[in-house]
Design a protein. Structure first.
Length: 83
């Protein structure tokens, strides 16, 4: 199954590692380092032109999504992680 992250971006549910509220980027030093490292590797993608509300970590890419983390988590749980 797939999950829509915003814009035209969809990913397989089984590729999801984590979904975070955007505020974690500023509140966690470890998260800042993780994101900075991913940006250097060019493994970060910003979805759409709207302000990011969540950070979605997959096996290969980190996405900044305009959809809230709560909504994305509901979508992910709706399909389960076994698919």
């Amino acid at each position: 199954m797939y999950i829509h992250l915003g814009g035209e971006k969809i990913v397989r549910v089984r590729e999801l590692v984590a979904i975070f509220d955007i505020s974690i980027e500023q509140s966690s030093k470890l998260t800042k380092q993780f994101i900075t490292s991913a940006k250097k590797r060019k493994d970060v993608e910003i979805i759409g032109d709207d302000e990011a509300k969540s950070i979605v970590v997959t096996e290969n890419v980190i996405y900044y999504s305009p959809i809230s983390s709560t909504t994305l988590k509901k979508r992910a749980h709706q399909f389960g992680t076994s698919n």
